[in-house]
Write a protein that binds this ligand. Structure first.
Ligand SMILES: C[S@@+](CC[C@H](N)C(=O)[O-])C[C@H]1O[C@@H](n2cnc3c(N)ncnc32)[C@H](O)[C@@H]1O
Length: 215
């Protein structure tokens, strides 16, 4: 099973809750920064419909092909190869979104500032990032040595405020399980080790739902 499918499965609930919170609907314009394989971009495209638009931005040029494949007939998804630090779109958007991105970038504040500038006044910024070390396998903390800021989720509310955004809602949510199921499958995919019957608490995903103030 592909990682993006598993991730969509285990972390789908915080995504659905966040999108419900916005009242997003047909015709919205969105950007998904660090879109990767395009799971979130496609979920957004299904909501905004063909009258809307979803810019799927990723610094890795290979992501564009993956997104195009995932998007299929959703021609409202437009793949762009661009770093979040240099985010520039042809129009202001209603929603700027990122998930599992800021832990990998050198300067999360810089990317958040660009996202804040990309939305219209009164528009939305939604950020979902993990607190990796708060996850547990058999009681032991998770580690992610390849990430630059594995615990960036723990700083998210203050980073979002510092970007000049007004926080509307914020929370943390962690999928958990023991024995066979999507959580064990996800761990096995990430680590190539089956956790067996050990209890697993995946890294909590901190969600911040924020708005660009009207000036
Ligand atoms: C862990 S994946 C997350 C994919 C997707 N957001 C999700 O939640 O399934 C991180 C993605 O961020 C991209 N990325 C890393 N640094 C970036 C940057 N500075 N600007 C834009 N994209 C970046 C990577 O290429 C990768 O596709």
């Amino acid at each position: 099973m592909e990682l993006r499918t598993l991730r969509d499965d285990v972390y789908r609930r915080p995504l659905a809750t966040a999108l419900d919170r916005l009242g997003i609907g047909p015709g919205w314009t969105c950007v998904d920064v660090g879109a990767g394989g395009g799971d979130v971009s496609v979920a957004l495209a299904e909501i905004v419909g063909h009258e809307g638009r979803v810019y799927a931005v990723d610094s890795d040029p290979l992501a564009r092909d993956e997104v195009a494949q995932a998007a299929g007939s959703h021609s409202q998804v437009l793949g762009i190869t661009q770093a979040g630090e240099d985010l520039r779109l042809p129009e202001e958007v209603d929603l700027a979104f990122c998930r599992f991105l800021l832990l990998h970038v050198a300067d999360p504040s810089r990317v958040l500032n660009r996202m804040a500038s990309a939305v219209r006044q009164g528009g939305w910024v939604v950020v979902q990032e993990p607190v990796t070390s708060a996850g547990r396998i058999a009681g032991d903390p998770f580690a992610m040595p390849i990430a630059k800021h594995p615990d960036v989720g723990a700083l998210l509310p203050s980073l979002v405020r510092a970007a000049g955004l007004e926080i509307i809602d914020a929370w943390a949510e962690a999928p958990a399980g023991a024995g066979p199921g999507p959580v064990a499958d996800y761990i096995e995919f990430l680590t190539e080790v089956d956790p067996g019957d050990d209890p697993v608490i995946l890294p909590p995903l901190v969600t911040v739902v924020a708005q660009r103030p009207q000036s």
